[in-house]
Structure formats: structure tokens, C-alpha cells
Write a protein that binds this ligand. Sequence first.
Ligand SMILES: [Fe+2]
Ligand SMILES: [Fe+2]
Length: 311
Amino acid sequence: MPKGLTIGRSDDVRERIEKRTTILELLDTNGSVEITRQRIVAGRHFNLYADDEWSGFEFLYLVSGTMMLEDDEGGEIPINPGDFIRHNGLSEKVYFRVETDVEMLMVCTPPSFHLIREDMQEMIAMAQAVEEKDPTTDGHCSRLGRLAILIGERLGLTGEELISLSYGAFLHDVGKVRVPDVVLNKTTKLTDREREEMQKHPDYGADMLSERDYLGGAADIVRAHHERWDGKGYPRGLRGTDIPIGARVVAVVDTYDAIVSARPYKKALAKDEALRELERNAGTQFDPGVVRAFLEVVRNSEDGKAGADVS
Ligand SMILES: [Fe+2]
Ligand SMILES: [Fe+2]
């Protein structure tokens, strides 16, 4: 057989999630793209989320069975074998009713397969709860997930690294659920004690993630997302390439997003100013290679999509 060619048999699946009326199987992934097979039994309803959290590209090809897309006027549009649906993020939820048992092939980027696991959903709910404590950071985790993937791809990270990166970015501050509210919500300067407490959030978060096998790589990223290239970060004071690459990426996108988002104690700075700030701190706070990749990504997105949330 030619080198590099893989034949997958129908039961060769990387991972399988079985729910009462749905079976989802991850057939393959290269980290930034996932190919999933889904089987849903007749009579079931499902929907595509209108959610900018993982907006990327999603493609569904109906292999067998028939399902109905429910339009806003209460009508139904049949989707038959061979038909396909694609979207780049939806403005509102789209509902389907499964007429006869269906089998679909889905191609999706960025990765989202693990998101439907219940334990992952719990983590996401926690990450969002943390965000909601500070309404001005609304959407921060989702934007980070997207930006981090773009940079990771630019840096040529492997598939495994990209998956860990997207989860690590999304969940970077989940450990804040264990930090007392009085510390978390304080808008004035923290005392030494309070800062110490606050600086435990990377370890708290990493410990939560590392309980799940598939989040081990993400846990390493979460633990190191406040480390600095010059070794002056926390919690370990790691330096340079001792800091996992994913954590170096998250550090950059986290700072960028924090600057461009309005905070109680800081007016939103313009995107250009945020970029200048990153450049200024390349080589001290940040990995200069990551900053370079970030600038390329932001400047290359002709419609400014990578920085689309910048106000
Ligand atoms: Fe953090
Ligand atoms: Fe953050």
C-alpha cells in the first residue's frame, strides 16, 4: 500500500459518543478539521446552534434517510440523501426534524466534537459562569478560542496541539470559579494576599481539566497561560520555550482581547494600539515568534475578521 495512505473501515472510529437517540463518531481529524459521522433515529429533533463560540465552517452531507429543515414560517424543507448543508456561523438556531433514520457526514472546523460531551459542557458552563461575573468580558473565551486556532495554524502546530490549544484557550480562566468573588470582582488594586489568591487560578483550572484524559494537553496550557517569556510570570516562573507553545499563544490573545475589550478600569483601546502593545512586549512578556504570527494573522484577515470583535 502506498506510504501515507490510510484505509479506515466502517468501524474504525477514533471516538464515539452514544446518546439515547444519536450516535456520533469522530472518524478523523487533523486538529483544525474534524470529520464526524452522525446517526440520528426517526422522530428526533436536533438543531444547529446560533452561537459564535465555535463559528467556523460546518458542512453536513446526508448519506441516507430524510430530515426536514423547519423554516421560520412553520414550513418544512426536505433534505434528502446527497443533499448537503453548509454554514459559516448562524445568526439564529436552525431546527431539523428527522423523518426517517439518518446518517450524516459532517466536516467541521474548528474542532467541536468534544464539546458535546457532557463533562465538557459542564466545563464550558463553568467557563461562561466566570465570564458572566464580569459582563464586560462577554464573549472573551469564545474569541480567544478562535484567535488561538488561527495563530496555531500559522505557527504550524500539529493537529493534537491545535485541539489542546482550542480547548485551553476557551477554558483558560475556568479556575477562577474557585477564586472568591470579592477578589474576582474587585476593580481597585488587589492586596498581596488577594493577588496570591488570584494567581492560583491557572493551577485551579489545570487541576479541573486534568481529571479528563482528553484535556491533558489543554490542562498544561491553562496552567501556564500567565507565564512570561522572560520568566517573570506565574505560577512557576517558566521561561522561553519551557512554556508550552499553546500557553504562549493564549498569553498573547488573552492580552490582546483584554486591551480591546472595555473593562471597568480601562477604556477600550483601539486595535492598533493593542497590536503596538504586543509588539512592545515581544521578547519580554511574550514569545516574539507568537507575536509575529499574531500580527500576520490580524493583518492578513482582509475583512478584519480575526479582530472583528474589536470595538
Ligand atoms: Fe487567566
Ligand atoms: Fe482571559
